[in-house]
Design a protein around this ligand. Structure first.
Ligand code: 6CS
Length: 280
């Protein structure tokens, strides 16, 4: 009887593996036939960007485009989404993947199948020069009853602000980076939170000498994203990781991300397992 049970279990495992491989091939075959992968982005340079001509660039789409090409999927088609809408959009099939700098957190890792790390970043605040409220951390904002912070909806900054117990009436949700800077300039918020490279890009374009950045925000971790796939597309994710690993080893990965200001070494020195289990 035991042998029969073992044989049945073994057969089921082989069938499961075969189904998983078939699913992978199905999804990859579907993308190859489609000729492109539909990715969600946020249009937050240098992570992701859409030019006036509609051209999609940024470190995350550039890496995704290169890896998909090696998998036989010749292009990517991007749609701009708020961070908080990306995972729901992926789940309902609006996107084939998210390549947007969507940082790995335990909650997100439970909802999607992340690739290995791609882009890592430290956290920053944009503040008015002189930083009158001397804002260096989320805790300081929480302790100052007059301090108001701006964050984008569904972001890790919103999570960090909530985790620091900043009251919701002192957390302003803004739709995008430009709106966040405008509210800072108008004095409606005292700090606007994004990763440092995003804040630096915004400040360099704003050319407003009355604003400055504070980084790294005290008490916040270095965060890294991966390309996110649907949970059921883990075999496609694994195929993506095989090519990503080769690009990291050959130096091709560094050639893509470093001109944008990202450290290839930072992404290569950590892992999905570490980032998904981090209690940030
Ligand atoms: O994953 C996130 O929520 C974030 N990623 C980026 C690139 N910007 C907003 C937020 O920090």
């Amino acid at each position: 009887m035991k042998l029969k049970a073992i044989l049945i279990t073994g057969t089921l495992s082989v069938l499961t593996l075969a189904c998983s491989a078939a699913n992978a091939e199905d999804k990859l075959t579907q993308l190859k036939e489609q000729g492109f992968a539909r990715i969600a982005i946020a249009n937050e340079p240098p992570f992701t960007a859409v030019g006036a001509d509609g051209k999609v660039t940024g470190a995350a789409p550039d890496v995704a485009r290169a890896v998909f090409k090696k998998l036989g999927v010749n292009d990517i088609v991007a749609s701009v989404s708020e961070y908080g809408a990306m995972i729901p959009g992926l789940a309902v099939g609006r996107h084939d993947a998210i390549a947007a700098g969507l940082f790995m957190t335990p909650q997100r890792c439970a909802a999607v199948a992340y690739s290995e790390p791609v882009l890592c970043a430290v956290e920053a605040f944009a503040v008015r020069k002189g930083n009158t409220k001397s804002i260096k951390s989320y805790d300081e904002i929480a302790k100052d009853p007059k301090a108001v912070i701006g964050v984008e909806g569904g972001t890790t900054e919103q999570k960090l602000a909530t985790a620091a117990h900043i009251p919701t009436d002192r957390i302003v949700i803004v739709p995008d980076g430009q709106s966040g800077l405008k509210m800072l300039q108008d004095g409606r918020i005292d700090a606007f939170a994004l990763p440092l490279l995003s804040i630096s890009d915004l400040l360099s374009k704003a050319k407003d000498g009355s604003l400055e950045s504070i980084a790294p925000v005290q008490g916040t971790p270095v965060q890294c994203d991966g390309v996110a796939f649907r949970k059921q597309d883990t075999a496609l994710r694994d195929a993506f990781d095989v090519e990503l690993k080769k690009m990291k080893a050959s130096g091709e990965f560094a050639k893509i991300v470093e001109p944008y200001g990202f450290s290839a070494k930072a992404a290569m020195s950590t892992s999905r397992d570490k980032l998904c289990s981090a209690s940030n």
